[in-house]
Write a protein that binds this ligand. Structure first.
Ligand code: NAP
Ligand code: ZN
Ligand code: ZN
Length: 346
């Protein structure tokens, strides 16, 4: 199947129009016309090789929503015309304990990413969602509720699940004080989910101009942590801090804001290692943890939750020709709050 999209031809290159072939429809595959594709900061990290060397040509994009246009002979989960979502992985080993438990993102054989890797079955380069169509095994896609504003759905497939999963795992809800570090694509979904789950929500941001938006999204407090006094004033305040910041941060200082038995979860993925003293954990029996996206069952649970609570991402819809500017604006924390590509324009 011919596909029209945008690709980076080599590391750090500008993205440009790119035509390529998707694999033929297998018995368990569905094909879809993409409606919208989100731009995640992880796309930028990988195009710019900030996580080590990447695979090129790269069609990034792992926040995908569209409608099914054809189905393989053995497909039972989807029908032609269904609204369907695809996230950060398109396959996994299917037999390890984590795959069997529906936590495919932690597959012991390694999940197969949506791009920047080879497809498990064809061994060809996997091309992502900055394109007009897609082919995927039905087991790795999910149903999207029809009542949601479609342009705001694509970011749920990465930004959404990446915040929903830790909020559920650490039981965010009434009586819990949750802080979200960084009000970007991921962070703003965290605010919406934590508020919908009934937690008390604080945003820790370096952008004072985002205050009104944060409160509109459901945050109860908005703090700019720009002085030692702020760290003193708010020490031991939060049960759970989710750090979505894409740049290096003084994580040890933020650990001081965590209550006894509370947890700080690393979600943002800058490249430098962390420096943490043992005392920052020991002093309040704190935990420092990490969390990566979510598995297929949890993705479906999140989309159903979004359908019920009418939760979508706040987006700026762009034409493909704007992708390179969108990258620069995302890195400058200047997006409200996710760029989404109109795939009808490829
Ligand atoms: P984003 O939209 O660029 O948001 C990142 C936010 O971090 C910015 O909006 C900004 O928030 C804050 N920030 C950025 N630069 C900063 C700096 N120099 N100092 C302080 N704060 C800064 O990115 P995203 O798409 O949400 O992704 C965030 C990170 O999560 C990326 O590293 C991405 O690769 C990673 N990620 C991880 C997973 C996972 O499964 N763990 C999944 C997806 C993405 P304020 O303006 O409010 O300060
Ligand atoms: Zn992502
Ligand atoms: Zn596995």
């Amino acid at each position: 199947m011919e596909s029209k999209g945008y690709a980076a031809i080599s590391g750090n290159a500008k993205l440009e129009p790119y035509t390529f072939e998707r694999r033929d429809l297998g018995a368990h595959d569905v094909a879809l016309d993409i409606a919208y594709g989100g731009i995640c900061h992880s796309d930028i990290h990988q195009v710019r090789e900030e996580w080590g060397s990447s695979l090129f040509p790269m069609v990034p994009g792992h926040e995908i929503v569209g409608r099914v246009t054809s189905i393989g002979s053995s497909v039972s989960k989807f029908a032609i015309g269904d609204l369907i979502g695809i996230g950060v992985f398109i396959d996994s080993c299917r037999e390890c304990e984590n795959c069997l438990a529906g936590k495919q993102q932690y597959c012991l054989g390694g999940m197969t990413g949506t791009y920047n890797t080879y497809e498990r079955n064809t061994k060809k380069i996997a091309f992502g969602g900055y394109a007009n169509n897609f082919v995927i095994d039905e087991g790795y896609a999910v149903h999207v509720p029809e009542n949601l504003a479609l342009e705001g759905v694509a970011p749920l497939m990465c930004a959404g699940i990446t915040l929903y999963s830790p909020l559920r795992h650490w039981k965010a809800g009434p009586g819990k004080k949750v802080a979200i570090m960084g009000l970007g694509g991921l962070g703003h979904m965290g605010v919406k989910f934590a508020a919908a789950l009934g937690a008390h929500v604080t945003v820790l941001s370096h952008s004072p101009s985002k205050r009104a938006d944060a409160l509109d999204m459901g945050a109860h407090e908005f703090l700019v942590m720009d002085s030692e006094e702020m760290f003193k004033e708010h020490k031991r305040s939060f049960d759970l801090i989710l750090n979505t910041v894409s740049a290096d941060m003084p994580v040890e200082k933020y650990l001081g804001l965590v209550k006894v038995d509370g947890t700080l979860v690393m979600i943002g993925l800058p490249s430098a290692p962390l420096a943490i003293s043992a005392g920052a954990l020991i002093g309040s029996r704190r935990s420092l943890s990490g969390s990566m996206i979510g598995g297929i069952p949890e993705l479906q649970e999140m989309l159903d939750f979004c359908g019920k609570h009418n939760i979508v991402s706040d987006v700026e819809v762009i034409d493909p020709s704007y992708i390179n500017q969108a990258y620069d604006r995302t890195v400058a924390s200047d997006v409200k709050y996710r760029f989404v590509i109109d795939a009808s324009k490829f």
